[in-house]
Design a protein around this ligand. Structure first.
Ligand code: FPP
Length: 259
């Protein structure tokens, strides 16, 4: 496990896989061809994380807003998810990957939901890489669901409002059992978080690249990791308070579950 002072390798990588549509358009092909090429990049990214010893990878595959895309694109994406679930899960299991899905599972059709459940059951004992696929996920919806759960506990008398603090709240959002993402990567050239893990990204290092998702390769990912390794993470404190500094006396990082 890396120490908070010198996390040369991120423990948890969160990725927005953007640029599939433009990749296809550049080739005068339908957008779905870009999504198909994107599934190959997903495999590359998983391979890279396993090789580097990254503990957790969270991929934004489909946002709660993506349901509003043209029907044929949504249908094609659903077909791709189905095929990927049928094709890849056994091999990921063999490689020690634990798979989970975060987001509103109820919005997917029965066939996809069953495959999601089965993939989670099959791989739940694995620990080489924690792979989370955000599907019909939205960061605001995640926070709202956590708030609703706490409100229900208060209404039922199980919880006092004064007991609600950051730590308790953090235990109710998605991926609560994982350290928060250390590094966020977005491909495709836009500088946005797009309603991804809003709570969880509070102190995450952000890295953006023009590379379109289907063009992702190990060299690009290595660039991101090198940049990450060169950064000083302070979590709101001063550089002198870092444990690798002589002047340090502070708990570090101050209130991250990865501490
Ligand atoms: C964003 O590119 C990408 C998506 C909305 C879908 C991501 C899906 C995949 C990478 C394939 C399947 C994934 C899994 C986990 C099996 P965009 O369409 O917004 O691209 P654009 O910005 O160029 O239009």
């Amino acid at each position: 496990m890396s120490t908070p002072t010198g996390p040369r390798i991120p423990r948890h990588l969160a990725v927005i896989m953007d640029g599939n549509g433009r990749w296809a358009q550049q080739r005068r092909r339908p957008r779905v061809i870009g999504h198909r090429a994107g599934t190959r990049a997903v495999n590359q990214c998983i391979d890279f994380c396993i090789e580097q010893g990254i503990e957790a990878l969270t991929l934004f595959a489909f946002s709660s807003e993506n349901w509003g895309r043209p029907q044929d694109e949504v249908g094609a994406l659903m077909k791709l998810f189905m095929n990927a679930l049928d094709r890849e899960v056994a091999e990921l299991d063999r490689r020690g990957v634990r798979i989970r899905f975060i987001g509103e599972r109820g919005r997917f059709n029965e066939q996809i939901r069953q495959r999601m459940d089965a993939a989670e059951r099959l791989t739940q004992g694995n620990s080489r890489l924690n792979l989370a696929i955000a599907a019909s996920y939205g960061g605001r919806q995640d926070i709202a669901a956590a708030a609703r759960g706490l409100a229900e506990d208060v209404a039922a008398g199980r919880l006092q409002p004064a007991e609600i603090d950051e730590r308790l709240f953090a235990s109710r959002v998605a991926l609560a059992d994982l350290p928060p993402p250390d590094l966020f990567i977005r491909t495709g050239g836009d500088f946005r978080i797009s309603n991804f893990l809003l709570w969880q990204l509070a102190y995450t290092e952000l890295w953006f690249t023009e590379t379109l998702w289907p063009d992702l390769d190990a060299a690009t990912l290595r660039c991101a990791l090198e940049d990450y390794a060169s950064r000083e993470r302070r979590f709101g404190l001063t550089g002198a308070q870092r444990p690798d500094s002589d002047a340090s006396g502070a708990a570090f990082p101050p209130d991250e579950t990865s501490a």
